[in-house]
Design a protein around this ligand. Structure first.
Ligand SMILES: Nc1ncnc2c1ncn2[C@@H]1O[C@H](COP(=O)(O)OP(=O)(O)O)[C@@H](O)[C@H]1O
Ligand SMILES: [Mg+2]
Length: 409
């Protein structure tokens, strides 16, 4: 998406530069000659939204049904935060959507920069979750949501630098609670994070949370609060459990390839998507060390399409990619050298996918979604294998599936 840059003549107070992404208002009607604190009395666009504590001035403006957040920062800082939020967006991590940045000069404050983000619709600051008595049941989930967000960010090499409840937004979704990053001012993005950097982020988190809860308790308005120090620690412990589960390595035997599927499902249940399974020979017998690499939505869809031309939903694609990886592991073992995914994908198409679809021909004609049909057979194979505690093989699964389908039809 390309933005547009409007260079504004450098004269007197007002905008000096503005970059807004395509598809949003140009915001030129806003009182840029004033610091944000003066905007509420100078424009009717101001909307009051619930919000967390902040260092900087933040105001919200409504354009039609859309609300935007404006944050005033020292010169140059908004641009940097904008880029960090863009990096999070590219990695499909949950963070507020960056819309643009501006430079302005005001009489009172001289030059400033302003970050523009899309207001995260339906979001609740933590204060609301702690203040409203009916929302207590979300508190435990809030701890999980923050821990899970931080794990996700860290896996992507993102050091937050200021993880706190105020810098997190919460959104309820069918009884679950999801956490979104709102403030990336102090963040950095790297190839990967060291244990020390992750520890530092957790330390900051604990300090921040203790401060925020103490502050909330001092207002006297909150529903009874958990111990202020325990909450930060509880988040850290959840983080550590999640992190070790996700980065855990397991040793499997070649005949246990169904365990790859079990592991992927366990990851999915924790809310993570497995993008890659690394299988490395341990040097002990035929055993393989399995490591999972997690990433985000649509990764599988794109990868499967690139490798095979098959168009499928992301979950379907993930299942088929697992098969291709199993094929890759088998080939590597047989040939005693590493085998490219593209090679494994071709073999998989020839030996698994096409023959299976041929055998399922009686069902294919009536199926709306051919990928789904294939995946159902895979699921069936795993179901049978898990029950039998060994791989029952695709042939057996197809037969059983056809039998069951015909029996049930
Ligand atoms: N895009 C947004 N959507 C929803 N709330 C927002 C958004 N941007 C800011 N806020 C609210 O404003 C508060 C302050 O923003 P933040 O970026 O954390 O500023 P600061 O750097 O001053 O801490 C946040 O805690 C959040 O409640
Ligand atoms: Mg903040």
């Amino acid at each position: 998406m390309s933005g547009r840059e409007n260079a504004i003549p450098d004269a007197g107070p007002g905008l000096t530069a503005l970059q807004i992404r395509h598809g949003h208002p140009d915001f030129l009607d806003l009182p840029w000659h004033l610091p944000l604190i003066g905007w509420p009395s100078a424009t009717t666009r101001i909307v009051k939204m619930q919000r967390g504590l902040s260092r900087h001035e933040v105001v919200f403006c409504g354009y039609g049904g859309a609300v935007y957040a404006f944050k005033e920062l020292p010169p140059g800082v908004a641009e940097r935060e904008y880029e960090l939020l863009r990096a999070l967006e590219e990695r499909q991590l949950p963070a507020v959507l960056p819309v643009g940045h501006a430079r302005a000069r005001t009489l009172e404050e001289g030059p400033t920069s302003v970050l523009v983000t899309r207001y995260l619709d339906g979001s609740l600051p933590y204060r609301t979750l702690f203040m409203q008595p009916g929302l207590e049941r979300y508190r435990q989930r809030l701890l999980d949501a923050v821990a899970s967000l931080l794990v996700r960010l860290h896996l992507a090499g993102f050091y937050w630098g200021d993880c706190s409840l105020s810098n997190t937004l919460f959104r309820r979704d069918a009884g679950a609670l999801h956490a979104w990053l709102v403030d990336a001012e102090t963040s950095e993005i790297r190839e990967s994070l060291s244990d020390g950097q992750r520890r530092q982020d957790l330390y900051i988190l604990e300090e921040n949370v203790a401060g925020e809860l103490a502050d909330l308790a001092a207002t006297g308005e909150a529903a009874p609060l958990p111990d202020t120090r325990d909450t930060g620690e509880a988040i850290r412990l959840r983080y550590e459990r999640l992190w070790s589960e996700i980065t855990r390595e397991e040793v499997i035997a070649p005949a246990e390839s169904y365990r790859i599927h079990e592991r992927i499902r366990a990851m999915n249940e924790l809310g993570f998507t497995v993008s890659e399974i690394e299988l490395v020979a341990t040097g002990v017998g035929n055993q393989l060390r399995m490591r999972t690499i997690v990433t985000d939505r649509d990764y599988h869809r794109h990868m499967l399409h690139g490798l095979t031309g098959i168009v499928a939903g992301d979950r379907q694609a993930a299942l088929m990619l697992n098969e291709i990886r199993e094929m890759q592991a088998t080939l590597s073992r047989e040939l005693n050298r590493s085998v490219a995914m593209s090679v494994a994908a071709t073999r998989w198409l020839d030996e698994r996918f096409h023959p299976t679809m041929q055998r399922l021909a009686p069902l294919v004609a009536g199926a709306a979604d051919v990928s789904e049909l294939y995946c159902q057979v895979l699921e069936h194979k795993w179901y049978l294998s898990e029950r039998a505690r060994h791989d029952v093989g695709l042939d057996h699964a197809i037969e059983d599936y056809l039998r069951e389908f015909e029996g049930g039809a």
